[in-house]
Design a protein around this ligand. Structure first.
Ligand SMILES: [Cu+2]
Length: 156
């Protein structure tokens, strides 16, 4: 009898020991939009204690949020939707202008410098476990990162 109880206790403790990855998101910011602009990028640094991937994002600012990658092809900046951004254990992955970013599309209202945009980031680890992080991204001016192109053009 006792062994069953012990087994359950051990199983429970083992289960409790399966900690989720410790995912940290810092320096989240969103680029302010200019007149008529209905899409903009969100950027941040992500680190984790266990391998994981950023698979989705959402925001109350707009129902259409995608994870994008910006690449140079033949001297032209292109953006495409990606299914996941790998975040290896012990490394810091930077979502930044010119690279991976979270794209806020179909914005109905301008995103102004000084505003705060809430973002929900969905992660999935190698075992399929989901984890969500919520961050408040500070809106910075268009020229916050000089040299990056505007987010007007999209190539899906
Ligand atoms: Cu984009």
């Amino acid at each position: 009898m006792k062994s069953i109880v012990q087994s359950i206790a051990i199983a429970a403790s083992l289960f409790a020991g399966v900690a989720h990855a410790d995912i940290t998101v810092t320096d989240a910011w969103v680029r302010a939009t200019v007149a008529q602009q209905t899409a903009t990028g969100a950027f941040m640094r992500i680190s984790t204690t266990e391998d994981t991937t950023l698979v989705a994002a959402s925001s109350p600012a707009t129902p259409l949020v995608e994870v994008h990658e910006m690449t140079m092809k033949g001297g032209v900046m292109r953006m495409r939707k990606v299914d996941a951004v790998a975040v290896p254990a012990g490394e810091t992955v930077e979502l930044k202008p010119g690279g991976f970013h979270v794209m806020l599309l179909d914005l109905k209202q301008p995103v102004n410098e000084g505003d705060t945009v809430a973002l929900k980031l969905v992660f999935r680890d190698s075992k399929g476990r989901m984890d969500v992080r919520e961050v408040k991204a500070e809106v910075r001016a268009l020229n916050a990162a000089a040299g990056a192109p505007a987010h007007g053009e999209h190539h899906h």
